[in-house]
Design a protein around this ligand. Sequence first.
Ligand SMILES: Nc1ncnc2c1ncn2[C@@H]1O[C@H](COP(=O)(O)OP(=O)(O)OP(=O)(O)O)[C@@H](O)[C@H]1O
Ligand SMILES: [Mg+2]
Length: 299
Amino acid sequence: MSVVEKAIRKLQEQNQQPGQIGAATGELPQIHPPQGVSPEPVLDGATASRLPGIVLERAVLRAAGLLPPEEDASLLARQYRKIKHLLVAQAIGRGVPRTPKGYLIMIASAMSGEGKTFTALNLALSLAMDKDLNVLLVDADVAKPQLSHVLGLGQAPGLLEALRDPHVDVESLIRATDVPTLSFLPAGVGAEEATELLSSTRMQQVAELLGRHDSRRIVVLDSPPLLQTTESAALTHVVGQIVVVVRAESTPQPVLLDALKTLEGHPSVSLVLNQSTRTVTSAYYYYGYGNERPNTDSA
Ligand SMILES: Nc1ncnc2c1ncn2[C@@H]1O[C@H](COP(=O)(O)OP(=O)(O)OP(=O)(O)O)[C@@H](O)[C@H]1O
Ligand SMILES: [Mg+2]
């Protein structure tokens, strides 16, 4: 068993016990130390769920490649600060016209392995440093739920269960984390009919419910690759902003253009250049792409 597998197993065991919100290590964001163990953690009203909260174990996430090496963390933090600035501005209409449903931000890419999951997690952590926001990270890569797996919730009910059954309250499946302003919705179990579920009107409804729950909420959705799955296309129709992660010097230009074609007509698409070789492991450059935003938010 690899070090990563061992670490994930340890975390899974830990997260099966109710209510352990513990200290985690790392720079991003500041973790509030535990004030004692509660069997049903309720954190700042960020989630109405009564399911056990989870600990974002920095060492485990780092070992799984979902956080940068410690020596790159502050550089990455600076880069994400820039990236999130415009996304938040568009979501809440700060200095720019508000993007309809801009609080729903999908992290996409043309192909697998470009850094969507890495970006979704690190962006969510960066957003969660803003105490005016409540950030909900959603594992919408239901066919390959890496985040859910690494966080020890690979078999936990989540988005899929809420989509399958309209009587399920999606809020009840959200997990609080040890970061008070960050919560997590796992992918759920059994992805056979994923495309149908993600393109259903119930998905529209769930997305709307997630946004309506809390006016300070920003929802970050990890997703499957645009050109390799059909689920991803379905998701693009429910979100207000799409961030396309492009792996520097890896994604062929025609492939990227094909992916962007699938997003034509979407009101807000942006690109993040990931893993530029200008730094050891990560560098980000961000620019808007084809943004034609209406002036008002009808959502
Ligand atoms: N900025 C970064 N710095 C360092 N490593 C990174 C960075 N972005 C991605 N990686 C690494 O690249 C690999 C792929 O990243 P990730 O799993 O996020 O891709 P993905 O687009 O979600 O892939 P998939 O579509 O298969 O889910 C991972 O091992 C991750 O650790
Ligand atoms: Mg992924």
